[in-house]
Write a protein that binds this ligand. Structure first.
Ligand SMILES: [Zn+2]
Length: 307
């Protein structure tokens, strides 16, 4: 008699757990898209709209360069209907994609879709002891025209995964592409005539943007923001800032502004945030790629006295 109620109490729990397990594994028939970091998650969300579930492997507020994956995330890379990433940017993601041995038409790789530029050395790498020869610069997404190419490739592959909704994906893609093209036009117009064209940035994230809009980037750190320059190299940048009359040293949300602050103080310049949009932070959680890029444009126009 005593066991019976106990068993009754346990049974619904078991049933509930089983139900939870099955819904967690596949709560609907939506295609699952895994993106390795924010800008590509944004593209996937915009193209897929309400018909896809998008997971971002890099949590909000985390700096994506040194991403490590939990076993659960490695499994997600294996099981996703579509994976969007950039080879040579996040080693852990490269490894998970290799392990998963995914078919090419369900993997969107920026390194295949886009033309990568060689890495631009930061102050630290100029001596040749940090950056490796032949490294690619991963920061492709800061040129809006690269985002257009990513959107088109993702859209085509998503339509293969889920042909039923292909007309919606096409329409969503057209809308996003139009927004990105407007952004590109705004940047070209806004940065056409400036008193200065040099930008001193926290790390070497802005080469694609600089190339597209004819700016010259002087990065404090290299392509990886954790590389720190020597005092002598800091001195060189400080001198350059004074000589060229640079008004603003650019900092970013996910990296400490300490070094940029030091240079600004030494050279009598200001600091301002120029967001490499590697991820959203607490302060930018209500923003998106487009609004952050528009803010970047306003910041650049002001700092370089563009008219
Ligand atoms: Zn970066």
């Amino acid at each position: 008699m005593k066991k019976f109620p106990a068993l009754l109490a346990v049974l619904p729990l078991v049933a509930l757990l089983a139900a939870c397990g099955s819904t967690a594994a596949k709560d609907n028939d939506k295609p699952r898209v895994v993106a390795s970091f924010y800008p590509f998650a944004y593209v996937a969300e915009q193209v897929g709209g309400s018909f896809v579930d998008v997971d971002n492997l890099t949590s909000p507020g985390a700096e994506p360069h040194d991403l490590e994956l939990k076993p659960k995330q490695v499994a997600a890379v294996q099981e996703a209907d579509l994976v969007v990433y950039e080879k040579h940017f996040q080693a852990a993601v490269d490894e998970a994609v290799d392990q998963a041995d995914r078919p090419k038409d369900s993997t969107v790789d920026a390194d295949t879709v886009l033309n990568a530029l060689p890495a631009q050395a930061g102050a630290q790498e100029e001596g040749g002891h940090e950056g490796e020869e032949g490294d690619e610069d991963p920061h492709t997404w800061l040129d809006p025209t690269n985002m257009v190419l990513m959107a088109e490739d993702l859209s085509a592959k998503l339509s293969k995964v889920d042909p039923e909704h292909s007309s919606t994906y096409r329409a969503n893609t057209d809308r996003l592409v139009a927004q990105l093209e407007t952004l590109d036009t705004s940047f070209a117009a806004g940065l056409k005539t400036c008193e200065r064209r040099t930008i001193v940035t926290s790390h070497a994230a802005f080469q694609y943007m600089a190339k597209r809009y004819d700016l010259t980037q002087v990065p404090i750190a290299g392509i990886d923001p954790t590389n720190e320059p020597s005092p002598a190299q800091l001195g060189d940048i400080t001198q350059l800032v004074r000589k060229e009359g640079i008004t603003t040293i650019f900092t970013e949300e996910l990296v400490s502004p300490a070094i940029a602050d030091t240079i600004a103080k030494e050279a009598g310049a200001m600091t301002a945030t120029l967001d490499p949009i590697e991820g959203l932070s607490n302060d930018t959680s209500s923003e998106n790629y487009l609004t952050l890029m528009e803010k970047n444009l306003t910041t650049l126009e002001k700092a370089n006295s563009c008219s």
